[in-house]
Design a binder for this molecule. Structure first.
Ligand code: NAP
Length: 332
């Protein structure tokens, strides 16, 4: 049996199980130049929430009654291309189907000897590259400076904080539970952590955790958490706008503090980016992240749920703080 998961309706607010439907998909076979691949790990990522809305964005919306698409690590089960054989592991942006056909030119062959296959959806994939290029290219952290990261215990955040430590920075993480923060402090050696759910005055907590002020802020969440960090920036600070997950389910236009005066007075930079801006430099990023992994300068964590039909649950869990590190579904 081949299953697929379709977008049944566009979420109003936080996505629910009712926004998805699971159906049978037809059996498939490959034509010349194509592969049949079987999904092994499927990534759930916050940006997919944007694609569930029909608002204009940098990437087209998902279509109603069509399969959701996203990053997938899969195994070749039939090959009609000379560069691929049965059993090869590949990465591609594919549909949420257990088995599907893909043009060989659209997949990247993966090396199981460098890292476990699931890492290519996380630390050696899109989230790891987001952390690497966002922090180093926009944040430009210098040894001794203070780097604050929100969404600190997530797929991007854990890599940001560790790279900042490699660069000799003081690292402060903001995350949503004491368990996550214990992981950041004990395992990843963050210098200070803040639980935004249990902290009444975030501005004061950040000031305390950053006695020399904030030089670099890697913003994964936006909203009032970011307002509080920006209130503590130093002259010449760099603010990396990576994500705004705290607002993705909002139904109304948002009003909040306007940061322009602070940015002006502090001669600070605030820059948004999309990781695909760096596509031509991905090999450089993968090489450096692999080296740091091999040298044990980077450690890694995944939250893996098993079972294709649990993809919607894993996706919704991103908005409930269910994951530590990269959230994935393993197809068993
Ligand atoms: P993630 O952090 O692994 O998962 C999402 C986490 O966000 C949750 O575990 C939760 O952690 C936190 N969160 C959920 N709702 C929140 C809220 N209302 N307020 C504060 N925190 C909330 O996801 P990721 O893949 O690493 O992505 C992190 C951010 O980067 C997202 O905003 C994503 O859209 C963005 N991103 C951008 C790019 C790019 O190219 N610009 C690429 C990848 C990712 P807590 O328990 O801490 O709340």
């Amino acid at each position: 049996m081949n299953k697929q998961i379709l977008l049944k309706s566009r979420p109003l607010g936080k996505p629910t199980a009712e926004n998805f439907t699971i159906t049978d998909a037809p059996a498939v076979s490959a034509k010349e130049g194509e592969l049949v691949v079987k999904a092994k790990y499927i990534s759930v990522d916050p940006y997919m929430r944007g694609r569930m809305s029909d608002a204009k964005s940098y990437i087209p919306p998902f279509e109603i009654d069509k399969a959701i698409e996203g990053g997938i690590v899969a195994v070749v089960t039939e090959s009609r291309h000379p560069d691929f054989k049965i059993g090869d592991a590949v990465y591609a942006s594919l549909q949420w189907k257990e088995v599907q056909v893909v043009a060989a030119g659209k997949v990247t062959k993966l090396d199981k000897n460098i890292a476990p296959l699931s890492y290519y959806l996380g630390i050696l994939g899109m989230p790891g590259l987001t952390a690497y290029f966002g922090l180093l290219d926009i944040g430009k952290p210098l040894a001794g400076q203070t780097v604050v990261v929100s969404g600190a215990a997530g797929a991007v955040g854990i890599v940001v904080g560790q790279i900042a430590r490699i660069k000799g920075c003081r690292v402060v993480g903001i995350a949503g539970s004491d368990e996550k923060n214990a992981y950041l402090s004990d395992e990843l050696k963050f210098d200070a952590v803040i639980n935004y759910h249990t902290t009444a005055d975030m501005k004061e907590a950040i000031a305390k955790a950053c006695p020399n002020g904030v030089d670099v802020y890697f913003d994964n969440v936006g909203g009032t958490i970011s307002d509080a960090v920006i209130a503590n920036i130093n002259k010449g600070a760099r603010i990396i706008l990576c994500g705004q997950i705290s607002t993705y389910n909002d139904m109304k236009a948002l009003f909040g503090l306007r940061p322009q005066t602070t940015l002006l007075k502090k001669s600070a930079l605030m820059q948004g980016f999309i990781v695909s801006n760096y596509a031509s430099r991905f090999p450089e990023g993968v090489k450096q992240l692999s080296l740091w992994l091999g040298e044990r300068k980077l450690s890694y964590h995944e939250t893996i749920i098993q079972g294709f039909e649990r993809l919607p649950e894993a996706f919704i869990g991103l908005f409930e703080g269910k994951n530590t590190g990269k959230s994935l579904v393993e197809i068993v």
